[in-house]
Design a protein around this ligand. Structure first.
Ligand code: SAM
Length: 272
């Protein structure tokens, strides 16, 4: 990557970092309150099941936010390090660690610079719903590849690049009868995008979070992983369960018509 491009990426990252600094407190409160029902009743259960057994593993939660997923993985018996670009998020996570110690180490750094961590030191790296936020995702994949042990795996979730495009829109959203419009799949200009939050389901008029989204195509992600040296292990497009749809009818369209999120497992092939 040319120097100028790298500088531009760094600036974009700093901008995104500042944005999250401002939102850290309210996002932490929101996550911890359980009001993000997509997270609680769809995305998290599906992602934890995708990752599978973590007991005894050395694990990095890259972009851990205030650490709620980090603590869940720790409760399942893994040994955790959490990193995030926002110092405020890291402070919130550390405060929780002091209150209820689990042996988790937290570090404020960008995913595109993991030089604070030893190479070949993690069995698993997870990132949940964050690569869309990272300007320099190529560098982030390289950094993750370096810190993974040979034979280790990266598991990540992102908004589905084929459906949550720049021009995506549900018609008749409220009635769940809608059909999805997908357009501008190839548009990759970073843009502020509304955070699809559970508040909508609770009838709140406001969507409380917006973040800078970098839109990429499926081939951008897959080819960059391959170029970095990863071997694709598994792809999963989870659907909300029948029970979850009955409880939250607004989920139904993500069961019937299109995939909201994409999960990927990418392996660092064994060098042994
Ligand atoms: C949608 S939140 C998700 C947080 C966490 N994974 C979760 O599920 O609760 C996005 C997170 O990415 C972090 N982030 C954004 N850009 C980053 C970067 N370049 N390096 C590390 N963290 C970053 C933000 O500070 C924020 O915590």
């Amino acid at each position: 990557m040319a120097r100028d491009d790298e500088k531009k990426m760094k600036l974009m990252e700093e901008e995104s970092g500042k944005f999250w600094e401002e939102k850290a407190l309210s996002f932490a409160e929101y996550t911890r309150s359980g009001r993000d029902v997509y997270r609680e009743y769809f995305n998290n259960p599906a992602f934890f099941s995708f990752v599978g057994e973590v007991k005894g593993k050395q694990m990095l939660d890259a972009e851990c936010g205030e650490g709620s997923n980090t603590r869940c993985f720790s409760d399942q018996g893994a040994k955790l390090v959490g990193i995030d670009i926002s110092k405020k998020f890291i402070d919130l996570a550390i405060k929780e660690e002091i209150k209820r110690p689990k042996g988790i180490k937290y570090i404020a750094t960008s995913l595109s610079d993991l030089s604070c961590l030893d190479g070949n030191s993690f069995d698993l790296v997870v990132t949940t719903m964050v690569f869309m936020d990272v300007a320099n995702y190529e560098k982030a994949f390289e950094e993750i590849f370096k810190v993974l042990k040979p034979g280790g795996s990266l598991f990540f979730s992102i908004l589905h690049p084929c459906f949550k495009t720049a021009g995506y829109n549900w018609n008749e959203y409220e009635l769940n009868l809608g059909k999805l419009t997908v357009s501008d799949y190839f548009t990759n200009k970073p843009a502020f995008s509304g955070f699809d939050s559970g508040d909508k389901i609770k009838g709140s008029a406001n969507k409380p979070f917006k973040s800078i989204i970098h839109r990429r195509t499926m081939s951008d992600y897959i080819n960059t992983l391959i170029k970095t040296g990863f071997v694709i292990g598994k792809i999963h497009e989870p659907r909300p369960s029948k029970e979850a749809c009955e409880r939250f009818p607004v989920f139904q369209k993500w069961r019937d018509h299109a995939a909201k999120v994409l999960y990927l497992r990418a392996n660092n092939p064994s060098k042994a």
